[in-house]
Design a protein around this ligand. Sequence first.
Ligand code: G4P
Length: 520
Amino acid sequence: MTIRDEMKKRRTFAIISHPDAGKTTITEKMLLFGNLIRSAGTVKGKKSGKFATSDWMEIEKQRGISVTSSVMNFPYKDYQVNILDTPGHEDFSEDTYRTLTAVDSVVMVIDATKGIEAQTLKLFKVCKMRGIPIFTFINKMDREGREPLELMEEIESTLNIETYPMTWPAGMGKRFLGVFDRHNEQFVQYTGNEEETYIPYDELENHKELTEDATYQEAEDEMLLVDEAGDGFDLEKVMKGDQTPVFFGSALAPFGVETFFNTFIDFAPEPAPRRSTEGIVSPDQEEFSGFIFKIQANMNPQHRDRIAFVRICSGKFERGMNVTLSRTGKTFKLAQSQQFVASSRGTVEEGYAGDIIGIYDPNIYRIGDTIVTGKQNFEYDELPQFPPELFKKVTAKNVMKSKQFKKGLEQLVQEGAIQLFKRYRFEDYIIGAVGELQYEVFEYRMKNEYNVEVELTSIGERIPRWIAEEQVDESMFDERNMLAVDREGFPLVLFKNDFSLRWFKDKHEDIELIDLFEVN
Ligand code: G4P
């Protein structure tokens, strides 16, 4: 098979949802389709006390969660599927955002009884802004949920995206009869068994017990309404992230997941060309290239190794190949590489655009780094920085350890585990994160990897805004609106809240406050 054929088979996506919406359950069903696992409950046993071996850190075991996004890959039909896991909610971190830079599409799972929830909205907004195609699965139709039309309206208004129901549910909860599969023109009947029964539209007349049911008729009327009043399916819009195909089902039953997965996998985009400093790089070009979107340390506590996660963007990866790190121009041999499955890590021999590989990192890579082969020399677009929301002052409990403290801090910042700031003209370190978990991980790793116990003092949620050096007037700032500098030494203000920000703007109209982050 040519590089192009291999690339075209790749489907690389993330499943995002609010905790408990059913992401794990759906992921498991997909892994079952891919014959990757034989029984449910393998991916994550958060309540049963069983832990997947991908949960590499003690902290993960304590909390029963997957801190670091893991990657699962398996063949399905004619495709090669790569699922990138993204932790959500309080387990949310910058890693979650960055994972989205490595996928070609996302599946958004929504709990039908709840609709769109706050933390999830942030993730969806990032997808929307980056123009990532979003496919929606509305889960838990076996429960009494909210009206499908209402849920669609909510998605449209909160995400500013058109919806196109690929399937339409007939009833819900105890009255759930199944879904109209508009794409394949069939009714998928919910029997309560694992098997789904498919009735082509033109055979429905032979199923009077179904078609004469009041719930069925009501759903059919609704669907006609959607047909007439709703937007038509528009793949081009889907690819731009302007329309989301919506599917209904129940991951637990399971029902509708297979219908969803089969349609999704056909429509989901293959790896796209990417922008670089030397122009657009095509995924099917001969030469290999990729970028690092995540660095994870200490996956195996015995070995203290760091693994850099590479999203392959072009060409063919082969184990043992020589690559050049564009930032430094240095060449390395990629002898140790790994691919990730739900519960084990195996060596990977080759990979193509869309695949994610883990490479051994002897402390040379940075998040956002590009690696290339041959005569190429370019860098992919910088990864966006995401605004930290929680800020804490950090010191070493033992002042004698300041050397290790600085080393640990520097390395963890370089890895992207945390963002670092300093008080303006002071040596006080302030760290920023998007979620509380990042601090827990930081504290744990400083202790376990650098042998430094840290003291964290919260300065609460803050809104960072940059300011030009020549406009800095220290008398304008205090603890509430704290003046700081970023890693590069550029001044910024950490505003206490929206109100202080607005108040400051009104009072100092001449001062330009710059928001450097892509997402807010
Ligand atoms: P998450 O990864 O998004 O956090 O969700 P997860 O799949 O763990 O599902 C959260 C809870 O919702 C689980 O129940 C799961 O069994 C249930 N669930 C998932 N899909 C469906 C569905 O389609 N219908 C119904 N009724 N429930 C669903 P739990 O009791 O919290 O956990 P567990 O003890 O079953 O693991």
